[in-house]
Write a protein that binds this ligand. Structure first.
Ligand code: ZN
Ligand code: ZN
Length: 408
């Protein structure tokens, strides 16, 4: 038997007046998800615990059976791993923007004219930076104006503030130690140096000279934020005795899977938006199940994007499109199929909330309950009742008959 956890990112919601006080999932036409509810055991799930507003990252960490309060200190490490930086436990990672400063050091554009090309060359230049402290600078461009910075060396800490002032018209903020440790002080000093040196290295960079000639803002400084220490986690495959793989769209989820030691399958046309290629995602899943992996984590991100944008119709339509591929995935034999969300992203809030999300499990030997619709309200009456994210792997391992007995 194989196990699949499919997470429709941000699918949970709250009742909306325009939908007759239904949630987007209740309003959407989802015959396949409803069929899963009818054939499976349903419940609601708090990704971390009731009322906690989980990030996508902390929720996935919890669902995979790790304690986010232990493993997670910031988004940086997962973003870095997600774009292919080979991070090591103890590295301190940051998310960065390429930004534009004038010659007085004032940020005139936080996104460097929404730079699209040439960031690889700039990253190459930043990587040539040498620090006296015997700390290695690893820098890699991500999409657009985004990048990651990793500091590797002895005696570093993630307890440092952001350099990003979040507004234009200001200078980069001085990075401060957030505790009294020598490590935090050292890391803050290094980060301030990196910001300053990045400007020295980039102000006359040929790419920036060309950008200025073309009337574009130069990418002449890097502004780090979101410090996090790369955690030392037991690989997921060893923890559960599974051969795991992940199909995800966003760098953040790919990074979590990577740090948990899971293989990644790349899907062409997976954008992480509502325009993503669900057909390719479906084909990728079916192809992957046929190989010798026995656990697949899937994340589809469009409903979360629509939620953040407050696009109600877009969210309903996207859920209906996902329902179509679920109809195909339900035909896969010899699997336990878990369908849920990682958190709610209500249209009315345009951000994550602590509302629990619906969950359903189908597969052989399941205690099928009376629930016939898959949504936030009807699944409350299901046989799983109310569980937490970190219960999911235990339940799956038990169903897959891979658990050992606790006691005699
Ligand atoms: Zn999410
Ligand atoms: Zn989100």
């Amino acid at each position: 038997m194989k196990g699949i956890i499919m997470i429709i990112d941000g699918m949970g919601d709250r009742p909306i007046e325009e939908l007759g006080y239904k949630t987007p999932l209740e309003a959407a036409v989802t015959p396949n998800m409803d069929k899963m509810a009818e054939n499976g055991i349903c419940g609601i799930m708090d990704p971390i615990r009731p009322g906690i507003r989980a990030g996508s990252d902390t929720s996935h960490i919890s669902i995979l059976g790790y304690d986010p309060y232990e493993v997670y200190s910031g988004r940086g490490p997962f973003e870095a791993a997600g774009i292919g930086v080979d991070v090591l436990p103890g590295d301190i990672a940051f998310r960065c923007n390429f930004s534009s400063v004038d010659d007085k050091g004032i940020i005139i554009d936080r996104r460097a004219g929404r730079i699209r090309s040439g960031t690889e060359e700039i990253a190459h230049t930043i990587n040539s930076m040498e620090l006296e402290e015997n700390v290695q600078v690893i820098f890699k461009e991500s999409t657009g104006h985004r990048a990651v910075l990793v500091l590797r060396g002895e005696g570093l800490s993630d307890q440092v503030s952001d350099a990003d002032p979040k507004h234009e018209g200001k200078t980069p903020k001085k990075v401060m130690a957030l505790d009294n440790s020598e490590e935090a002080k050292k890391t803050a000093d290094i980060l301030n140096k990196v910001v300053k040196k990045s400007y020295e290295l980039l102000k006359h960079h040929p790419l920036n000279i060309k950008r200025i000639e073309n009337g574009e803002n130069p990418a002449n400084i890097i502004i780090p934020r979101g410090a996090g220490a790369v955690p030392n986690v037991e690989p997921f495959g060893e923890k559960y005795g599974l051969n795991p793989v992940c199909i995800a769209e966003t760098g953040l989820i790919k990074g979590i899977a990577t740090i948990a030691g899971m293989q990644l399958i790349d899907i062409p046309g997976a954008t992480g938006g509502t325009d993503t290629n669900l057909e390719n995602i479906k084909n990728g899943i079916i192809e992957t199940v046929s190989r010798d992996y026995d656990f697949i984590l899937i994340n589809v991100d469009g409903a979360d994007e629509a939620g953040h944008d407050g696009e109600m119709d877009e969210k309903v339509k996207f859920i209906e499109k996902v329902d179509v591929i679920i109809g195909e995935l339900m035909k896969i034999e010899d699997i336990y199929f878990i369908l849920t969300a990682d958190h709610s992203t209500p249209i009315s809030i345009m951000d994550h909330t602590g509302d629990p999300v619906p969950i359903v499990i189908t597969g052989p030997g399941i205690r099928v309950d009376d629930v016939k619709k898959f949504n936030e309200l009807s699944t409350v009456k299901g046989g799983l009742c109310r569980i937490r994210g970190n219960n999911i792997m235990d339940i799956l391992m038990d169903l897959m008959n891979k658990s050992t007995k606790f006691g005699a």
